[in-house]
Ligand binder design. Sequence first.
Ligand code: SAH
Length: 487
Amino acid sequence: MYNGVKKQEGLIDITTPILNKEYILNITSQGTGGEGVARVDGYTLFVHGAISGDVVRAKVTKLNKSYGFAKLAEIIEPSPNRCEPLCPAFCDCGGCQLMHMTYESQCEFKRQTVKDALLRIGGIDCEVDFVPCDKPTHYRNKMVFPFSEKGEWGFYKGGSHDVIPLKDCPLGDSLNAKVLNFVRDFCKREHIFFYNEKTHKGILRRVFTRVSAENSEMMVVISVNADSLPHSDKLTAGLSAISPRITSIILNVNKKRTNLVLGEKNITLYGKETLTDTLLGLSYEISPHSFFQINHTQTEKLYTKALEYAELDKTKTVFDLYCGIGTISLSAAKLAKNVIGVEIVPPAIENAKKNARDNNIENAEFYCAAAEDITPELIEKGIKPDTVILDPPRKGSDERTLSAIVSAKPERIVYVSCNPATLARDLKFLAENGYKTDKATAFDMFPHTSHVEVVCSLSKKPQSWADFYKNRTLDQIMEDNYDGDWE
Ligand code: SAH
């Protein structure tokens, strides 16, 4: 059997695949990371670089009990969804996974990924709307570039820390390449060594750039394995001369043997300590450590949908959990009675408080704490939300936070997620605890990658009579049934 494809000479019949053998495979679907999937007699083979609709020749490289991996050798018949990737480093570079698919087919793949995860993991069968990105290139306002020991800048190869050298990245700002080339040449000229992760030797680790949408200012953060950078005055003079858009140059001290992009300490070498950006008419100060959504246009669309799902009015108390620098909180505060934002990163909360003051918003307060610790505390103190908005990181929320939310019986929950699998897991827990997912809208925040952002609207399920009576005492039931003395 050939998985539906005609046999080619020299290739082997495929029932249970054999390691190191080549097969012709019909790629019938794609995994959540974009990799091609072929099903062979109940056995699943993942083929990196193949897409749904391709017929490929691939060599089996790894076998587990019910699934395995095969390396793409040849595309025999290309899928109608294939296109020429717009970056020459695609495939080697780990940044993008879907650049070989037409933009329309990327969107359909992501919509289906969300729908499948909700159904398969969460048991939730709801319509998933999809909002594509109007401009699928140059959309990223933040980029982090590592350097190789030789001084090449780029991105890591997928699944490794080998730097794939780049000349530019079509997803980022057009000024990035000039900045990166300047930093590279400066280090070479001044004999500043590039960092080597294995030996923990060398100074220059990464360059991180962030741009604002409003006036296109750029912050450049230079992460070093040292307390200072030799000749940093020459660096700032040269960098700031590249473009008046560079309004801030920060040295980040990162001396730990860690994969974290930034160390704790920032030293402002030039210009401002923060970058200023706007979202839905409010202005935000963003420090290097703070999370800020990376696709400005799509973020405004996503927040608008989250606020629509929240159904706010001036009587409502809102919890915004995992609030970052308070972007959703402050947009919600304009529509609600009051908002409580919760975030674990201290500089982000400092930004959030300052952002509230700068935007003259007085009905938002912020707590720097873990959502799982502070949510039950606030509710026990009697502070009860009518609406909860939560936007956790990729690992999703957790049962302590979710249990506390349901115990407060909010009318609505709006869940914003960047990971359909953990979203579906958490929605399942919420469904088992009285909240129904009514609607979901997915947004393409990250074109050409397999990532997708989703907003879900949940409402309290009407209680069944059985559940209602389960929680009532006999006296209460008698009282419920008491028809008055008039009989
Ligand atoms: N809603 C914000 C941020 C979302 S990203 C926005 O749209 O910009 C998720 C945020 O959750 C990050 O800022 C991260 O620092 C924060 N976070 C991670 N774990 C947390 C926890 N246990 N409790 C509270 N916040 C947490």
